[in-house]
Design a protein around this ligand. Structure first.
Ligand SMILES: [Zn+2]
Length: 193
């Protein structure tokens, strides 16, 4: 799943967790100049990182801590990372849109991502890979995928033969009820039994 797929789901209000495509090169994002300091922000590994210059002339992109993932909107949704940019003058709070690539006319001020040529949905993820939230959620992928592959393998040509919405719903209900019955914890013994 690449940015253009994640964009659709994020706009609908859904959360996507997947690994970032390896071919993505870090991209310059913006320079912040709060007060007398400068912070050079890049998009790297699906999130905002700060380019830090060391005394020996080398630089490194260090991920900026994400305090919160924020969702806004009612019918179409926008997602934000609330960042705490570390600084010797005290951390700066900064909000950055993630997950969707804004199109022309979607932003009240300034240029949209499309006009700017920045594929935000590709470079800034809702749940970046090297975060605790990703570590907690990602392992569940194999659970969901084994269910799907079982359906693929057990049905003719990978297809569900049920015409119309009512019969498909019935199939889904049957699957869910079977799973529920199989994995329901054993009933607790009542004091009288
Ligand atoms: Zn600063």
């Amino acid at each position: 799943m690449r940015g253009r797929h994640r964009d659709v789901i994020a706009r609908e209000g859904g959360l996507v967790s997947n690994k970032q495509h390896q071919a993505n090169e870090p991209q310059f994002y913006e320079s912040l100049r709060p007060g007398r300091c400068t912070h050079e922000l890049w998009a790297a590994d699906g999130r905002i990182a700060e380019k830090v210059h060391f005394a020996d002339g080398t630089t490194e992109l260090i991920p900026v801590p994400i305090r919160k993932l924020d969702r806004r909107g009612t019918r179409t949704f926008r997602w934000y990372h609330l960042l705490d940019i570390p600084c010797r003058h005290g951390a700066h709070s900064h909000r950055v849109a993630v997950g969707t690539t804004s199109r022309a006319g979607e932003r009240p001020t300034g240029h949209s991502d499309q006009e700017r040529g920045f594929h935000r949905a590709e470079h800034l993820q809702q749940i970046p890979e090297y975060t605790r939230a990703h570590q907690l959620i990602y392992p569940y992928h194999s659970d969901a995928e084994s269910g799907h592959s079982h359906l693929d393998a057990s049905l003719w040509n990978g297809r569900l033969i049920s015409y119309g919405i009512p019969s498909q719903k019935l199939f889904a209900l049957a699957q869910n009820s079977t799973s529920r019955a199989l994995y329901r914890p054993p009933p607790l013994l009542s004091p009288t039994s």
